[in-house]
Every structure is written in C-alpha cells, then in structure tokens.
Design a protein around this ligand. Structure first.
Ligand code: SER
Length: 588
C-alpha cells in the first residue's frame, strides 16, 4: 500500500463513521503569532476545539501538511522528518475516548482497512499528576480491544499530554500507538517505550482542558478528540520497511542524490547527509509552495527555509556535489505531490527560482566561510558564541552548520553564546528601527509618506463622521497600506465607512497645504492638537496642520499638499481587541 492509498482509506474509513472531510490548511498559520508553522492537524481547528461551531458539523477528518522543526537535530536517522503529512480525525464535543480508541484499533488492525499485526502494536496512556488523573479509562478500553496489559505503558505529561505549541489553548491527556518495526526480530512481550524499534504512529488526544495564561487547566466547554497519524511512518510500516526514506515519496529523491553523488554504497554518515538533504528540500519546497509568498530570509518562516536550503547545500558538498542540484530534487517533489496539493504545481516556477537564488547567494560565501571556520577552529577545543555569530553574519552559516562542522572536528560550538549574540543583535536592530521609525513610519518611501498623511486625514474624518471621542490607538504603515487602530465599541456601518472615505477624498481634492510648526506641548494642546501618547514627547514638538481640518503632534514626514495623495480607499474594518477597531486603507 502506498501513501496515496493509505490517505484514501483513512478518509473513507472516517467518512463511514460520519466525518466530514476538509482540505489541508496552509502551512503558515493565520492569526496565530504564537507559532511559525502548522505543526499538527489540530492547529487550524483551534477555534472549533474551543467551542465555535464548525459549519460541517461535529466530526471532521483531513490530511494536513505539517512542519515541525523541534526535531531538526534528529533528522538523518531512519524515522525523523521535519516535513510530513498528518491524518487526523476530530470530535468537536461529540464522541470521546471509547469511539476514538475503538476506531483507531479497527482502522489499524482490521483486514478491511490496514490489517496491521496486533502482535506488533503497543500503547501508552497518561499516568496522572496534580492537573489530571491517571487515564485508567483509556487503558481499560485498550484492554477491551485485546491489547495485553504488558503492552500498555503509563507515562507522564512530557510524553502523554498534548497541547498546541503556544502556551495557552486546548490540551489534554493522550494515548499513543506504537508499531514494532523490526521484521527479523519478534516484538518483545513487554512494551518498552524507550526502545527505538517501537515507532510512534498515531496519537489520540482527549482534549478536555484549556491551559490558561496563568498555567491553570480549566475544563473546556466541550470534550474533544484530536487524533494525528503520521502518513510517512505508517506507509513505512505498511511496506515492511524500517527506513522512512525508502517509501515511495522519498525514494526518488534519495535515488537522485545518490546518482548525483556517484556514491554506490553510502556509509552511515553519507546516508545521514542524503536523508537530511531529502527532508530539508521537501520542507523548503512545501513552505515556498504554500501560496503565501514566503522567501528565504533571516527571520521567521523565511529563516527556516534558508536554514533548510543552506544545510542541504552543505550536505551536498559532503557528498561531493559542488553545484546547484536542489532544484531538480524540488521538481521531483512537486511532481509527486502536485495532485494532492495543487498550490505546489501552481507555484512551481516561484519555488524553483527562489531555491536557485538562495543557492547562488550561499555558494558565494560558502567556500570563504569554510576557510574562516578552519582558521577559527585551528588548535581550539571550542568555538565561542561570537565566532559562531560571525560565521552567521558574514558568511550566512546557520548555527546547525557551524555545529556540524564542529562535530566533525570533535570540538564544541557554543550554541548558547550564539543565541545570546543573536538576541543582542536583534535587540540592537529593533532599537535602531524604533529610532528610525519614531514617527510611526515603517520606512520613508514616497508611498509611506503619502499613507502617513492619509492617516491624519482618516483620523479626523472618523472624528467628524463617527464620534468626537475617537483617538488613535496605534498606527502601522507599509508601502502598500496604512493600518489605523482607534477606540470605538462597535462595527462601523457601511454608510459610515463610505462617508469617512468620501470626506478624506474631499480633503485630498481641496489640495490643502500640510503645514509643520514647532511649539511646546502646552501650546500644541491649546491649539487642540491630537496626540497619541503624551509622555513620549519632549519639550518641543512638531505639529502638522491641514487647514482647520486636522492638527496633530507628529514627527512626520508628510507630503507638502494633500493633492499628492491620489484616491483613498478603505479595504477593511475589523475589531482587534475589546473596544478597539482597526481600519486598513490604501491609496490608489
Ligand atoms: N495533535 C496531536 C499530535 O500532533 C494529535 O493530532 O500528535
């Protein structure tokens, strides 16, 4: 059975149990700044797990593409990957432990479905602590399915509890299923979760708590089930393989790397390099191909793509591949997955050109960087954080690369020191940015300046049309749009938005000069100037006036005349917090 058939069977099985099937969500979570990626199928479903009714009902199932970077250091062995597909079924306040466990067992072992040998299966359950009791209930359901007592292990929260990567949110005890992957050694009678030959394949989470900011576990409004089954791992066991990198969605990539490297019989280290390249190029391809236009960079998701690509290049070098080769691997991956994730096909050109660009950039500094590393490492027992940071900043070496170079030389790399340097640097550039953008401007391009003046007009138009009590709560400008937050306690009516828009456009048409004057805060106040946070102003402030219409304390810069702005348009009005609304607008 290949992974396509596995996915189809899973969805058919849960459809037969009354589940609605939904599409995979994006890898980049929406409206959730607590995590960089969708790390599990439950992630996009959090609002529904918290109690919002799902339009398709209380039973949902899907295949979700996921990225988990926590295990990045383990990639290279036979079972770890950072990029994978997860099958999941959910009960949103509907069935609970009994059905979830019985269906998991039926799907895994029934001849009609996967037909896995029950003698090679084992499970773990939550052992209980001060927050929640021992999960005897789950264990007794497993016993009733025929799982022997010796194959049920009880483990603490660190192993048998699941919540989203962010600190707060729905969570609960879980029960995990393991499969004995060795073909030539029979599964031991007693289950030892520490034995690496037992591979975790499925996790049923009984989500009945919400972890609060204060670290308390309160009962959720509804009891949910959240399960996750790893497509690649289950495909591996279904195919009787012990190495995930040999299943049909990895093998063509592994084979191509082998061909390019001309290594017939790779040793352990070379196998590791091949697996790392395969995993990382899959991750980079999926993130780049995700419709969100994320590109390699030094921050957030872009930095993960960068690390994936650069590390893959370095491991290519270890295998003797000293030219651009990753785009051919990405093409194989896109071909393998474009039917299931059509965005990959659609974004193929973008994916390949970004990989190629990043390759070119890194190769420019790679050789010099390696030389610099040799110099820094010479005669030393360890490389300090500053040197690691130098390799990062001047030669683009992510920490993983430096760490590996050190391992190869059997010396230590000070990762903690590197992280400190990195944070310090981030802090400095943040302070720098704040200084530069004191006036609330993201940058001083022409468009941003126009949007800044438009923000003043918008502020005053809101006060004129909607309420005199409106004041600015926040402002953020990019060259594309303005974003303006203000205090108000309800949604604005379409007529109100229209009037606001019209008034701003009228002021633009009137071609009013924008005048800057300097005065004391007291004088500015006497003049009726608007100000956001008074305490941040010094003795003298600059005040921008637009005729008698608008008067604000502001650092600028602004256009000379409102006629420069063009046409003003509100594109969105929404709530950001209790009593705070947000408007996004553009100039056309
Ligand atoms: N959220 C759980 C996991 O990722 C089950 O889907 O393991």
């Amino acid at each position: 059975m290949d992974s396509k058939e596995l996915k189809q069977k899973y969805l058919d099985f849960f459809r037969s149990k009354g589940h609605a099937i939904i599409k995979s969500a994006s890898l980049i979570p929406e409206n959730d700044p607590s995590v960089l990626f969708t790390t599990a199928g439950m992630h996009p479903l959090v609002p529904f797990l918290m109690g919002t009714p799902h339009p398709l009902g209380k039973r949902i199932a899907d295949v979700q593409k996921c990225i988990r970077t926590q295990d990045i250091d383990e990639v290279g062995d036979e079972t770890h990957t950072t990029c994978f597909e997860m099958l999941g079924n959910w009960s949103l306040g509907d069935y609970f432990k009994k059905e979830a466990i019985e269906w998991s067992w039926e799907f895994l072992t029934s001849k009609q479905w996967l037909g896995l040998d029950p003698k090679r299966l084992a499970v773990t359950c939550f052992e209980g602590d001060k927050d929640a009791p021992k999960d005897e209930e789950a264990a007794s359901i497993w016993l009733s399915q025929g799982v022997p007592k010796e194959r049920i292990a009880f483990l603490p929260k660190k192993d048998n509890w699941w919540g989203p990567a962010g600190e707060t949110g729905p969570c609960g005890p879980d029960t995990e299923m393991f499969y004995w992957k060795k073909n030539n050694v029979p599964a031991p009678k007693t289950f030892d979760p520490e034995d690496k030959n037992w591979v975790e394949i499925w996790n049923d989470v009984f989500m009945q708590y919400n972890r609060t900011k204060e670290g308390k576990f309160e009962q959720l409004k509804q009891k949910n089930v959240d399960t996750g089954l790893g497509v690649e791992r289950v495909t591996m066991v279904l195919q009787g393989l012990e190495d995930i990198y040999q299943i049909e969605t990895f093998k063509p990539v592994m084979d191509r790397i082998r061909e390019l490297s001309k290594i017939r019989n790779p040793d352990g280290g070379q196998m590791r390099s091949m697996r790392i390249i395969t995993d990382h190029i899959r991750g980079a391809t999926f993130i780049l191909g995700d419709d969100k236009g994320i590109v390699p960079s030094n921050v957030d998701q872009g930095y993960i793509i960068r690390r994936f690509i650069r590390r893959a290049i370095r491991h290519g070098l270890l295998l003797g591949i000293d030219y651009e080769f990753l785009t051919q691997l990405a093409e194989i991956i896109i071909d393998l997955y474009k039917d299931d994730y059509e965005e990959l096909g659609r974004n193929k050109h973008f994916v390949l050109s970004e990989i190629e660009k990043e390759d070119r950039k890194f190769r420019e500094t790679l050789t010099k960087g390696l030389r610099e590393f040799e110099r820094l490492a010479e005669g030393k027992k360890n490389i300090c954080g500053e040197d690691c940071f130098l390799l990062f900043q001047s030669y683009g070496f992510p920490m993983e690369i430096t760490k590996e170079l050190c391992e190869e030389k059997k010396i230590c790399a000070d990762e903690k020191g590197f992280n400190e340097e990195y944070e310090k640097h981030k802090e400095l550039s943040r302070v720098g940015a704040e200084k530069k953008f004191k006036g609330g401007l993201g940058d001083t391009s022409e468009m941003s300046i126009k949007l800044h003046t438009a923000t003043h007009l918008l502020n005053e138009a809101l006060r004129t049309v909607v309420s005199k009590d409106i004041a600015q709560k926040g402002s953020n400008i990019t060259p594309e749009r303005l974003r303006f937050d203000f205090n108000f306690d309800r949604k604005l009516l379409p007529e109100e938005l229209k009037k606001v828009e019209d008034l701003v456009n009228q002021k633009i048409k009137e071609a009013i000069p924008v005048v800057r004057e300097e005065m004391s805060v007291k004088e500015a106040k006497a003049k009726g100037a608007q100000a956001e946070f008074e305490e941040k102003y010094g003795e003298k402030v600059s005040v921008y006036t637009i005729d008698t219409f608008s008067c604000e304390i502001c650092m600028g810069p602004h256009v000379k005349n409102t006629s420069e702005l063009g046409h003003f348009k509100i594109v969105k009005e929404e709530s950001v917090a209790a009593g705070v609304r947000r408007i996004k607008a553009v100039l056309e």
